[in-house]
Each structure stands twice: as structure tokens, then as C-alpha cells.
Design a protein around this ligand. Structure first.
Ligand code: NI
Length: 228
């Protein structure tokens, strides 16, 4: 399942994030890439653990915590500290799959990357190219969202970032270990939760009764499947 989450950051937050990141130390993106990804990754990223990374990362995490859609779609157990990259002058990240297990450098804690996230920090009209293309069994999905919006997709997918031929595409990227490891189960829970939310506020005794029962099913499935 690919989920678009609008307004994780406000326009003002995006502006402040861009200012902080512009002043940060940028390094070659290959420092955090695995053996195979190194061959296709051409971008720059903010040094991991830097002050700018921590400050803006905190802003992103607070934005996620305020988003019921993120909570429902990701069912997060752990979120990797957000990182930041930029693509300009034809830079690109060819087709690859994200590393399954990542270690958080500051704490040594490992997370399993169930979901990948890209939070856009540049508006689409400010650059050409740079589409995030995610492949799944239904074909290719192109994603290019307004600044402040985010996409979540299964980290098991092959994906790429197309060359940026004008402007500078700045984004935050990170991974989530979900309480629900399998995308198919997570999608079922998300669909069920969405259906339950849609029934909320309908003043009808039978609807309420069904809604309570469906909520019970939701929690019982979560109880069966969740890993912590
Ligand atoms: Ni990737």
C-alpha cells in the first residue's frame, strides 16, 4: 500500500526547515548506502547526527505524531531519525531496494525497515524531474508532492528517484518499523480502521452496534499480529 499524507509540516515549518538545512554540513549520499545502492546513488545528504538533522528531524517526528492517517497506515513501533537529501544538476538514485535492517548511529538500536517514507521539502514547480517511482505488482507509481506532504510505501518495493534536471529537490527520508511486519496485514487493518472511522457520528443504533463489533475485530487482529 502506498499512502500519501498531506501537511505533515506547515508551509512555515517547511521554510524554517529549509533554512536550517541550507546551513548544515552536506556529505556524499553514498556514505549510508549499501554495497549495491552505492552504485546507483548520486545525491547529497545532511551529515547524520548533525544539529540541523536533529532539529528538523524532531519537527518531522512531531508532525507524524499529530497525524491520525500516519498512525493508522504505519502502526509504527520505531521511527528511524529522519535524514535529509538533495538532488540537483542531474543527480539521481537508480532502482534499488532499501536495506532491511538499519542501526541508529547515536543509540546503536536496530530497526527493521518495514516502511519507507519521503517527506517533500521542495514544491514540484521549483524543480524538474525527481519523481519518486515505486514499483509493485500493479506497475509503477510516480510520486511528486507539494512541500510538507509525505509518501509512505513498503520498504520491500524496488524504487528510484529520477534525475533532477532543474532546481534542487530537498526531502526528508526515513524508515519505520511497524508493529505489523507484513504489508498485506497492515493494509487490511488500515482498511478496517478507515471503514470504522467512516461510521463514526452516524446516529443509528444498528450502525453503532456493528461499529463496536468491527472495532473489536480490529483490536483482536492487532492483538494477534502485533510484534513489539
Ligand atoms: Ni531507497
Amino acid at each position: 500500500m502506498l499512502t500519501k499524507i498531506e501537511n505533515v509540516l506547515t508551509k512555515e515549518q517547511v521554510h524554517s526547515a529549509r533554512q536550517k538545512l541550507a546551513a548544515a554540513e552536506w556529505v556524499d549520499g553514498r556514505v549510508t548506502a549499501g554495497y549495491q545502492a552505492q552504485e546507483v546513488k548520486r545525491n547529497a545528504q545532511v551529515a547524520e547526527g548533525s544539529t540541523a538533522s536533529k532539529e528538523v528531524g524532531e519537527m518531522v517526528l512531531l508532525g507524524l505524531a499529530r497525524s491520525p492517517l500516519f498512525m493508522s497506515a504505519a502502526l509504527p513501533l520505531r521511527v528511524f531519525p529522519p535524514m535529509f537529501n538533495s538532488y540537483a544538476g542531474g543527480q539521481t538514485f537508480g532502482t534499488h531496494v532499501d536495506t532491511a535492517i538499519r542501526q541508529i548511529s547515536t543509540t546503536g538500536q536496530r530497526i527493521r525497515t518495514d516502511l519507507s517514507a519521503t517527506l517533500f521539502l521542495t514544491d514540484p514547480e521549483d524543480y524538474d524531474g525527481g519523481d519518486l517511482v515505486v514499483e509493485d505488482y500493479y506497475g509503477e507509481h510516480r510520486v511528486k508532492l507539494p512541500a510538507g506532504h509525505m509518501v509512505l510505501y513498503p520498504a520491500t518495493s524496488l524504487h528510484r528517484v529520477e534525475p533532477v534536471t532543474r532546481g534542487n529537490r530537498v526531502s526528508s527520508f526515513f524508515w519505520i518499523q511497524s508493529m505489523i511486519r507484513h504489508d498485506a496485514q497492515r493494509t487490511l487493518l488500515f482498511d478496517l480502521d478507515t471503514a470504522i472511522q467512516r461510521l463514526a457520528g452516524i446516529e443509528d443504533a444498528k450502525v453503532k452496534e456493528s461499529s463496536v463489533q468491527m472495532t473489536g475485530v480490529y483490536h483482536n487482529l492487532l492483538r494477534q499480529w502485533a510484534e513489539m
